[in-house]
Design a protein around this ligand. Structure first.
Ligand SMILES: Cc1cc2nc3c(=O)[nH]c(=O)nc-3n(C[C@H](O)[C@H](O)[C@H](O)COP(=O)(O)O)c2cc1C
Length: 346
């Protein structure tokens, strides 16, 4: 059992509460956590919560659906950790586009070691922000990650040669510069970057990013969550940091660019993040260039053979010390009657 469930959940309501408490640990753009869940017997419906969308950075809701896709993958992993076989339908009702997926569970099957280890990463995994140690990734990992992405209908393009890495880094730098100059984007990001000491359960806390960005070659700048206030975590060591690496650089893409592809790429992302976590490998995410249509199109045509790019991933070895936050699962889990699951039942 994970940390949450000291005694295994048994009733459908207990299972739903357990599964949603795991689902909320998915990554989401700016930690907006743009989701709500409705439990109905042995079924959970996952809805996108447009009130938590980013109208300026993400007008089409693509990053919102990717975030929900990652939460969907957590639901599946959590059900497997209990021995249930999840039955998933993505976007089951065209007349309700906010209904991202319905997951039900009826059959049981033994949990294998790998599924169990993945489930243990759900709450431990953290987005990395900064450089990596120069150590190589475990052998065979990149091939396994490529296959992982394909299982969810996405593709992981590894930027193996220096030229492509440098071009992608330049795209991230250009995007980051443009985002910092756009006051409406800066204001929107600031709403999701609370000051140190905030008690909020959402947004990107100052405990989760470094006070100073470590330079790497090529350089992939992080988002400016601190907006010039000097917030962030000091370096683990004050010793001069030499040989800090950008990590293995990759692009996560899909062949088409419809909401179902966005949900799938979110599932692929979370599958990759949990898989790397099982080997002590960390991942940094950059969506700055894919939020700008011109740069996204540049990447699509020049670096990903026409496939639609969603995220730049940097993958590497590093000791992580960041702390993230989540809202209480009770805030996002409802019964089909509209009430909160497991709260006083009248
Ligand atoms: C679609 C998407 C885009 C993201 N883009 C970035 C990004 O550009 N920069 C970044 O530092 N993190 C990015 N993230 C990571 C989120 O900020 C992170 O998941 C969230 O703050 C929660 O923290 P955690 O992943 O450590 O739990 C992105 C995540 C998603 C799902």
């Amino acid at each position: 059992m994970s940390e949450l469930a000291s005694t295994p959940p048994v009733t459908a309501e207990e299972i739903a509460r357990y599964v949603v408490a795991e689902a909320v640990w998915a990554p989401s753009v700016n930690n907006t956590q743009p989701w709500r869940f409705v439990a109905d017997g042995q079924q959970i419906s996952l809805y996108a919560d447009a009130d938590r969308g980013l109208p300026v950075a993400d007008p089409d809701g693509r990053e919102m659906m990717i975030s929900c896709g990652a939460a969907l993958f957590n639901i599946r992993v959590a059900l497997r950790s209990l021995g249930y076989v999840p039955q998933t339908i993505v976007l089951p009702d065209p007349s309700r586009p906010a209904l991202v997926a319905q997951v039900s569970w009826r059959e049981l099957a033994p949990v294998n070691e790998y599924e169990w280890r993945m489930s243990r990463q759900v709450r431990r995994r953290r987005t990395h922000r900064g450089a990596f140690d120069p150590d190589p990734l475990p052998s065979g990992m990149l091939g396994a990650l490529r296959t992982s992405a394909e299982r969810d209908g996405a593709a992981l393009h590894i930027m193996a040669d220096d030229g492509r890495r440098a071009t992608l880094a330049a795209a991230v730098q250009t995007a980051e510069q443009q985002l910092r100059l756009d006051s409406s984007r800066v204001r929107e990001l600031a709403r999701w970057a609370p000051a140190p000491g905030s008690l909020r359960g959402d947004g990107v806390p100052a405990t989760s990013y470094p006070v100073r960005t470590e330079r790497t070659d090529p350089y992939f700048p992080g988002r400016d969550f601190a907006h010039g206030q000097g917030w962030g975590v000091p370096p683990l060591s004050t010793a001069a940091q030499s040989h800090r690496a950008a990590g293995v650089v990759a692009l996560l893409t899909t062949a088409a660019d419809r909401p179902a592809d966005w949900v799938n790429v979110g599932q692929a992302l979370q599958r990759i993040l949990l898989a790397t976590g099982t080997c002590g490998v960390a991942v940094a995410l950059h969506s700055q260039p894919t939020e700008l249509p011109l740069l996204r199109d540049f990447i699509r045509t020049k670096l990903s053979s026409g496939a639609y790019p969603h995220l730049v991933l940097r993958i590497g070895m590093v000791t992580q010390a960041s702390v993230s936050v989540r809202r209480d699962p009770d805030e996002v889990l409802f019964s089909s009657g509209g009430g909160h699951v497991g709260l006083a039942r009248a």
